[in-house]
Design a protein around this ligand. Structure first.
Ligand code: FE
Length: 288
């Protein structure tokens, strides 16, 4: 069993999204286009909003992939063109399949907007294979209480298993292709070596403190993402302080990626068709 080495460490750049909220984005960034099948990872906030001031992303379309929202603090109201709406609160996950096309809005929940407070969370874009890019649009919603928690044998690592499995605990969510998406809390002194499918691409984005990875125990700090090379296992070690990271792992699609804003297809012509279909109303509208 050979541990995966760190192949690359990127530092998230910052940019504005939606109505102007700041995100940290380790992928895509300069030098890293994707971690196939993960197209994008945004850390939203942490940002403290005054009462009435919280902002989000009003009505916009997607096609060809999935968007995953994982909220750490605050509350989001999702509404979409299939007619559904969903409040997503701290600890909850919404795994949305844009597939053939959806229009949605991602705004602060009304109670959170009125009161203000700390907003912090993630949005992850997961690609769909060509054969499933026109899947039926919809979403899976998992309240925090339905997300299984796993613990390392030494008791020093706690994992929220959103997708995949950790320390023998399997996720409750279904994915189109084999994917792991997990929130790891690592205490000082923790040690774990976990088996990862040798065919998977694996990356870890540290969003609190620092965590050490690989046989060489390379420290990766808050705001950095480690992309791992080939191997059979992932070695995780606690640093001097506690750390927290998002583990992204999955079977690569190995297909051409053509992106334009909220659309991710395989060819340029498919992107043009997506823009035309959206502009002619074929992805629907949100009825309010
Ligand atoms: Fe969106």
């Amino acid at each position: 069993m050979s541990p995966r080495p760190i192949q690359q460490v990127v530092t998230a750049h910052q940019q504005k999204e939606g109505a102007g909220f700041l995100v940290r984005r380790p992928v895509p960034t300069n030098g890293l286009d994707q971690v196939d099948p993960f197209l994008m990872l945004d850390e939203v906030g942490p940002v403290e909003y005054a009462p009435g001031k919280a902002i989000g992303a009003p009505d916009h379309p997607h096609r060809g992939f999935e968007t995953v929202s994982y909220i750490l603090s605050g509350q989001k109201l999702h509404e979409d063109s299939t007619g559904k709406s969903q409040l997503i609160s701290a600890g909850d996950v919404q795994w949305m399949t844009a597939g053939a096309g959806i229009v949605h809005s991602e705004l602060p929940g009304p109670a959170f907007k009125a009161a203000g407070g700390l907003a912090h969370g993630f949005q992850i874009w997961v690609n769909l294979p060509a054969a499933q890019k026109f899947a039926k649009p919809g979403y899976q919603y998992l309240p925090a209480s339905d997300i299984p928690t796993a613990q390392s044998p030494d008791g020093l690592i706690t994992v929220k298993v959103v997708a995949g499995e950790a320390f023998g605990v399997a996720a409750a969510i279904g994915t189109h292709t084999p994917i792991w998406l997990q929130d790891w809390r690592v205490s000082p002194g923790a040690e774990a070596e976990i088996a990862t499918d040798p065919g998977f691409n694996v990356a870890a984005y540290v969003f609190d403190g620092a965590v050490c990875f690989g046989a060489d125990k390379v420290p990766v700090a808050r705001g950095q993402m480690a992309v791992f090379g080939r191997g059979e296992t992932l070695m995780v070690r606690g640093g001097d302080d506690a750390g927290r990271f998002l583990l992204l792992a999955g079977e690569p699609l190995n297909e051409p990626v053509s992106r334009y804003g909220p659309f991710v297809m395989n060819t340029h012509d498919e992107l043009i068709a997506a823009v035309e279909d959206y502009q002619s109303g074929k992805m629907g509208t949100i009825r309010r």
